[in-house]
Design a protein around this ligand. Structure first.
Ligand code: SER
Length: 315
C-alpha cells in the first residue's frame, strides 16, 4: 500500500491529483502538503493535510517521517512566464524543492514523481515529432530548471537507487484550479471566456503550435508511471508525453462549434510568444507508450466538449 505525500497539493495539478490518489489509495494514505491559500473547498476535511514550505527540507523530512511516506509527488513549481519575470524565485522553487525532495527520498527510501515539461526543450530542438532523446538547450529559467531536474533525478537513481520518475507535461487544460503564469494558460482561459459569453484576447499568434493535454489524462500519466513495472523502464527522467497539438485557431474553431457567436482576437504578449516559439510543436511520445503503456483518452474535440460541460455546471 502506498503512503503518499503531495507537495503543492492546492495547485492546478495537485488539487485534482489529490482527489484521484485518495480514491485509489484511500483518504488516510494521501497527505496533502499545502503552502499558501487559496485552498480548494473542503480541503482540510478531505483527509490528512500538512503545511510544507518546499524550500524547507526539515518540514519535508518531518512529514515523511511522521506519516511513513513511501512516495512523494513534488508539484511545487513557478510556471514559465512567471519565472522569466522573477528568475530568483524560479530557480529557488524549480531547483530547491526538487533537491530537498530527492535528499529526503534518499534518506527515507521514497519514490519521487516530478513533472518536467515541454519547456525542457529549446529553440534548436527538432520542432516536429521531437524525439525522446534529443538536443535540450532551453532558453528560459523554467526550462533550465526542468533540464537540471531531469538530470539530477537520473543521478539520484543511478547512484543511490532513488526511484525517481517523471514526464514532460505539455500544457495542461483543466477546470478546477487555474494554472498561474504559464505560456500555455491561454488554452484554459479561452474556455472560461467562452462559457461566460465574453470575447477572448489570445496572447500568442495564430500558427503557434504547442502540445496540450486534458487533466484526466495528465492524472493517469502521473499515476500509471508511478505504478509501472520498473523492469520495463528504459527511461526515467523524463518521458515525452502528448495528447494533442494545436494552435489558437484550432482551439477557437473547436469552441465555435459549441458557441458559434464566440469571438477571439489577438494581442500578442512578446514574452509568452518568444517562449512558445522556443518550444516544440509536437513531441514523439512513443517511449512512454512502449515502456509503460501511455495512452491518452482526450483529443481536442472530446476535451472541448467536456471542458464546456464542466464549466457550465460550475457557473
Ligand atoms: N504549462 C507550462 C507553462 O506554460 C509548460 O509546462 O509554463
Amino acid at each position: 500500500m502506498k503512503r503518499i505525500l503531495i507537495i503543492g497539493s492546492t495547485g492546478q495539478i495537485g488539487s485534482e491529483l489529490s482527489v484521484r490518489l485518495r480514491s485509489i489509495y484511500g483518504d488516510g494514505n494521501v497527505i496533502c502538503g499545502y503552502f499558501a491559500p487559496p485552498f480548494p473547498e473542503g480541503f482540510f476535511e478531505s483527509g490528512p493535510t500538512v503545511e510544507i514550505n518546499a524550500l524547507d527540507i526539515d518540514q519535508i523530512a518531518g512529514a515523511v517521517k511522521k506519516y511513513k511516506i513511501d512516495t512523494i509527488y513534488n508539484l511545487a513549481a513557478i510556471l514559465s512566464a512567471t519565472a522569466e519575470k522573477n528568475p530568483k524565485l524560479g530557480w529557488d522553487v524549480g531547483v530547491g524543492s526538487l533537491m530537498n525532495c530527492l535528499d529526503v527520498a534518499r534518506e527515507y527510501k521514497c519514490g519521487v514523481f516530478t513533472p518536467s515539461s515541454i519547456g525542457a526543450f529549446g529553440p534548436n530542438t527538432p520542432k516536429d515529432n521531437t524525439p525522446q532523446d534529443t538536443i535540450q538547450r532551453p532558453n528560459t529559467v523554467y526550462g533550465i530548471t526542468k533540464v537540471l531536474g531531469e538530470l539530477v533525478s537520473d543521478y539520484y537513481y543511478n547512484h543511490w537507487q532513488v526511484d525517481t520518475r517523471s514526464v514532460r507535461f505539455p500544457g495542461i487544460i483543466s477546470n478546477v484550479t487555474l494554472p498561474g503564469g504559464g505560456t500555455t494558460d491561454y488554452a484554459v482561459e479561452i474556455f472560461y471566456k467562452a462559457v461566460k459569453g465574453e470575447p477572448f484576447t489570445c496572447p500568442v499568434k495564430a500558427g503557434t503550435f504547442m502540445d496540450m493535454m486534458y487533466m484526466p489524462d495528465a492524472l493517469d500519466a502521473a499515476i500509471n508511471l508511478m505504478e509501472a513495472d520498473p523492469a520495463k523502464l528504459v527511461h526515467r527522467n523524463s518521458f515525452n508525453l502528448t495528447a494533442m497539438s494545436f494552435d489558437p485557431e484550432m482551439i477557437y474553431g473547436a469552441i465555435k462549434k459549441h458557441y458559434p457567436d464566440f469571438r477571439m482576437e489577438y494581442s500578442i504578449d512578446p514574452l509568452k510568444q518568444s517562449i512558445a516559439d522556443s518550444w516544440p510543436n509536437k513531441l514523439d511520445d512513443s517511449c512512454a507508450r512502449e515502456e509503460w503503456g501511455w495512452q491518452p483518452h482526450y483529443d481536442l474535440e472530446k476535451m472541448t466538449a467536456d471542458m464546456i460541460l464542466k464549466l457550465k455546471t460550475k457557473n
